[in-house]
Design a protein around this ligand. Structure first.
Ligand SMILES: Nc1ncnc2c1ncn2[C@@H]1O[C@H](COP(=O)(O)OP(=O)(O)OP(=O)(O)O)[C@@H](O)[C@H]1O
Ligand SMILES: [Mg+2]
Length: 356
């Protein structure tokens, strides 16, 4: 998909703004607090997802205004389309003139992926962030996965509450057998989907990271099942049952699995430099976009908020000049970045206005 034109009115700190981006790289630059992230956030809202900043709808309306309006002309599915979002008490959307039941109706129509600095937690933080990324990414391309995940989480909740009751009511142990069987089934299917997603993702991620590092480093991503050495999920649940009853919580299963991100064979989380960790996170996002393209046939727009900091000149050059075949929006503070862009368009933003 390609964004041809955007128009914002009373959105965040932007009173009125029109932008006609290039279909390649677009740099939005300006000082802190001028509206760079706001501009990207607006494009992201057309993906039908929630704000990547976790903002409430009312926070999107410019202070003192009653409502905000965003319009976008874009090319997707081989034709020119128009979408419109009105933000008042609730967000509403129109696609090609037709009112949608909710903004979620835009999902899959204007696809985008976004990297914001908070996404660095995928490399820096604990396993929960990585599982979340994986689950969200699989949900986007296989909607049935959301049901499977919900089913597994429901069983997990049931199991944990059983574990609490068993010491008081030992006859409930039979129930635990039933739940364990169901959890094994759902859990195995979950793990299979997650692993096959990583298989899809890996070639793109490796290629992108290779570009970042100029071929000098190798990135790897692999799924790590907790206590895999103790056999399949059923065996692990059995082996940990006694301890689980004492701790009143389920210690093994996909809700405790992790994803190992490595550079040259060692953990990026424990040993990666700032720039390496950032490169890994960006490569994962760009890889996610490629998997989406392989599944849907449509290349998502890539939104990169504040990616340049901590990257050396070569890595910055890779983002600016070597990511081809797709539309990218990059925000940065440093005006000199613009001079290094070989092709594409640049936009200077000040107090919510694009200035020439
Ligand atoms: N609803 C709103 N109405 C008016 N102004 C708002 C609203 N929401 C946010 N702002 C203002 O928008 C300004 C710019 O925000 P934004 O996050 O886009 O800055 P930025 O250019 O990305 O800065 P940085 O380089 O620090 O990331 C902030 O100072 C904030 O106070
Ligand atoms: Mg910002």
């Amino acid at each position: 998909m390609t964004v041809n034109r955007i128009e914002y009115k009373d959105f965040r700190n932007i009173a009125l703004l029109t932008m006609e981006p290039s279909d390649g790289v677009n740099i939005v630059y300006g000082e802190n607090a001028q509206g760079k992230t706001n501009l990207l956030e607006g494009i992201w809202l057309f993906s039908g997802m929630r704000s990547f900043r976790g903002a409430k709808d009312a926070e999107l309306i410019r202070f003192g205004s009653e409502f905000g309006r965003l319009k976008m002309s874009f090319e997707a599915g081989g034709r020119e389309q128009k979408a419109e979002i009105t933000v008042s008490v609730k967000r509403k959307a129109k696609l090609n003139g037709v009112e949608l039941p909710s903004c979620a109706g835009l999902i899959g129509k204007c696809s985008a992926v976004v990297f914001s600095p908070s996404f660095l937690s995928i490399v820096k933080n604990g396993p929960e962030e990585r599982r979340k990324f994986l689950d969200a990414a699989v949900c986007q391309i296989k909607p049935a996965y959301a049901n499977l995940l919900a089913e597994y989480n429901r069983l997990l909740k049931q199991r944990n509450s059983l574990l609490k009751d068993i010491p008081i009511e030992p006859s409930l142990l039979d129930m635990l057998d039933v739940i364990d069987e169901r959890m094994t089934d759902a859990g195995e299917r979950l793990v299979t989907e997650r692993k096959s997603y990583i298989e899809e993702l890996l070639p793109s991620v490796r290629r992108i990271y290779d570009g970042f590092s100029g071929g000098s480093e190798e990135m790897d991503v692999c799924y790590v099942e907790k206590e895999a050495e103790n056999g399949p999920i059923a065996e692990r649940l059995k082996a940990n049952r006694k301890q689980d009853i004492i701790n009143k919580t389920t210690s093994v299963g996909p809700h405790r699995d992790d994803v190992d991100i490595k550079i040259n064979g060692i953990s990026a989380r424990s040993f990666g430099s700032q720039g390496q960790q950032r490169s890994c996170a960006i490569a994962l996002k760009m890889g996610e976009a490629e998997v989406m393209k392989n599944f849907t046939g449509e290349q998502p727009v890539v939104l990169l908020d504040d990616v340049m900091s901590e990257l050396d000149a070569n890595r910055q050059d890779f983002i600016l000049n070597h990511i081809i075949d797709r539309q990218v929006f990059i925000t940065c503070c440093e005006p000199s970045t613009v001079l290094r862009l070989c092709a594409g368009k640049t936009f200077h933003i000040e107090k919510g206005n694009l200035i020439q």
